[in-house]
Every structure is written in C-alpha cells, then in structure tokens.
Design a protein around this ligand. Structure first.
Ligand SMILES: C[S@@+](CC[C@H](N)C(=O)[O-])C[C@H]1O[C@@H](n2cnc3c(N)ncnc32)[C@H](O)[C@@H]1O
Length: 360
C-alpha cells in the first residue's frame, strides 16, 4: 500500500511539475505574444503616421575602394511632421553589385548606425543600402532626390577619413564633381540641404542670381564641401565660400576640381567666433546662402548679427533639413523677419526646403 501511495504521489508530483512547466511556458508564450503585439502596434501606429527614413549620411550609390574600411552611414525614422519616431523596427539591407551584403545595424538612442564590411568590395563596385520600416522601403536615391555616384579615390595615414569619395552630381545643365571625406567633421560630407540648395540654384531664373557685372557677390557660410557655391559658380556667379578652418582644404580641392577658382574662393570664417570679415573687397555681398547650418545653436544664434553687419545684403537663401523637436528654422526666420521677411519657400526633398528671405 505504501508503495502504491509512493507511486501515486510520484505520478501526482510529475503531473504537477508538467502543469507548472506548461503554465510557465504558457506565461512565456503569453509574454512573447504581448511583446509581439506591442511591436506590431508600434509599427501599425508608425505606419499610420507615414514614416520616413532619413539617411543622415546617405549611403553611396557606387564606390570603388582602396582601403579595407567599412562603408558607414546613419539613419533615423521620422513621421510626416519630421518628428523622430524611435519605437519601430528598422531592417537595413545592403547589396554590393546586386548581391546581398552583410550590414551591421546598431541602434544608438534615436538613430541606427549602419556599417557594411569592405571585405567583398572590389576596386569598383556598387553599394546600395535600403531600409524597411513598417513594410515601407526607403532607399538613398529617394532620399537624395538626385542621381549620385560615388567613387572612392584615396584615404591613407592614421588620421585619414574612412574614405574619400567623388560624387558626380547633375542638375540640368550643371555637372559637378564633389569630393567628400566620410570622416568625423560634419563639413566634410555633402548633406541633403547642400544638394537641395545646389539643385534650387540650378533652376533659378538668371535675373534672380547675384549679378557679377553689377559687382554683385554671394557669400556662403558653413559651406562644407561647397556644392551650393559650386552650383552658383557654374551659373557664372562669383563670391566667397566660407566655413571653419578645418574644412578649408577639402573646399579648396572642390573649387579646383570644378574649375571654379576664377569665380569663387574658399575663406575660413567661423561665424560664431570671428567678426564679420571685410574680404568682400571685390564687390558687395548681395546674397547670403547657407545649407544646414541651423543645427548648431551657436551658428543659428549668430546669423542675425552677421546679417545686420552686411548692409548690401538683399537676399538670404537658407536650405534647411527639419530636425524634429527643437528645430531652429522658425526661430531664425522670426529673428530675421523685421528686416528680411520670407519671400519664398521651396519644398524640394521631403523634410528639406529652401527659404528665401528678402530685404524689406
Ligand atoms: C551639416 S553641415 C552642412 C554642410 C553643407 N552646407 C552642406 O549642406 O552639405 C554644417 C556646416 O556648418 C559648418 N559650421 C558649423 N558651425 C560653424 C561656425 N561656427 N562657423 C562656420 N561654419 C560652421 C560646419 O563646419 C559644416 O560645414
């Protein structure tokens, strides 16, 4: 009898253990289902909000590479108001010459940092990155809005950029070759606002351009690689292209590469630390152009003072990529509005626009 009891007790204990396990796995399954549902809800919610993927550093469309360095880029996801949407699943894919290529994607706060190892890159190959968010695909050319080709040409030494690239840009009749360094300095990379401003300039009626025969000059601040100024030079305009000192060597290379040295010159000007300079001895600065400089609180705050110190200025062309909450475009427009009200707003690519301010 005792043996019987023991056997029964063992069976009951085993049954109880199985029930516990079933309950535990049921709870785990329940938790998994809840987590999945939450993700689905987040994605569905995000999809309703018309998600957009922004490549912070647009992946190159085509590269050739001479160093075993990865190609890196960043992206984030915004809704149709330009507000960052962090709680969504993003899948990034990369292809080299059409074949799938590994890409590591690391989420850092509200951005995804992507890196594709260089192992499979041949001397001249095409690298394309795409992102899927809530079933939608975003690709770099969609973001850039213009055809771009990038070829890596150099990169050596300890503090060399990850790689250098030449991007062939084509805006109507204007063909530019822009050298970029995908290093740390934000001015060594061509940003969407720079592209958009160059594209805007290519479409402008001749009468809207600074008139060189009339002594009219433009000045670009925070020019980075100088795409907007190169576009202005391609249209026969003359002016000073300025940025912080560390960007100057690259800027000068771009001016030389595009044969624009007769019309434009690179000058170091830190708009926060330096006085408004008096190099415009050749004529007057009639137009101030700037692409994506309002991301810096100091640069944005210094702009009204710079404008006030330029009596001949007639127009300001600001290309701006919306930065979500805390974006400084409206405050800047407001600060300039007493003397330079908005004359025109041209939407070009998604969250990037050109705002033209004209003196009253
Ligand atoms: C986001 S990048 C845009 C570069 C370029 N305009 C484009 O759209 O490709 C911002 C630029 O502003 C420049 N910048 C930032 N602070 C500045 C300052 N205090 N004075 C002058 N330029 C500045 C950076 O060096 C960089 O070239």
């Amino acid at each position: 009898m005792a043996a019987m009891d023991a056997e029964l007790e063992a069976r009951v204990l085993a049954a109880l253990a199985r029930a516990d396990a079933a309950e535990a796995s049921g709870a785990a399954a329940h938790a998994r289902a809840a987590a999945l549902q939450k993700r689905l809800d987040a994605n569905a919610h995000a999809a309703q909000r018309l998600l957009r993927v922004r490549f912070r550093r647009a992946p190159p469309a085509a590269i050739s590479i001479r160093r075993a360095t990865p190609v890196k880029w960043e992206l984030d996801v915004t809704d149709d108001q330009g507000t960052t949407v962090p709680a969504v699943d993003v899948e990034v894919r990369c292809r080299v010459d059409g074949a799938p290529h590994p890409v590591t994607t690391t989420r850092v706060k509200e951005r995804w940092l992507c890196s594709a190892p260089a192992a499979a890159f041949t001397d001249r190959c095409r690298v394309v990155a795409e992102a899927w968010v809530a079933g939608r695909r975003a690709g770099p050319l969609d973001v850039l809005g213009v055809a771009a080709e990038v070829r890596v040409v150099a990169g050596s030494g300890d503090d060399a950029p990850t790689f250098e690239a030449i991007r062939d840009l084509s805006f109507g009749d204007i063909q530019l070759e822009v050298v970029e360094e995908f290093g740390d300095a934000c001015g060594s990379h061509l940003w969407n606002a720079g592209l958009v401003l160059a594209s805007y300039i290519s479409t402008l009626d001749e009468t809207k351009l600074p008139d060189i025969s009339d002594g009219g000059l433009f000045v670009e601040v925070g020019s980075g690689v100088g795409a907007a100024s190169l576009a202005l030079a391609a249209r026969g305009c003359s002016g000073d292209v300025t940025d912080q000192g560390r960007v100057l060597a690259l800027l000068e290379r771009n001016i030389e590469r595009n044969g624009a040295g007769e019309l434009i010159r690179a000058v170091a000007w830190d708009v926060v630390r330096d006085e408004v300079p008096a190099w415009n001895v050749l004529g007057s600065w009639n137009v101030l152009v700037a692409a994506d400089v309002l991301y810096s609180a100091e640069a944005a705050a210094s702009l009204p003072g710079v404008v006030a110190a330029l009596p001949d200025l007639r127009e300001i062309w600001l290309a701006h990529t919306h930065r979500g909450a805390g974006d400084r475009l409206d405050a800047t427009i407001e600060a300039l509005s007493a003397t330079f009200p908005v004359a025109d707003v041209v939407e070009r690519v998604r969250d990037t626009r050109v705002v033209v301010l004209r003196r009253k």
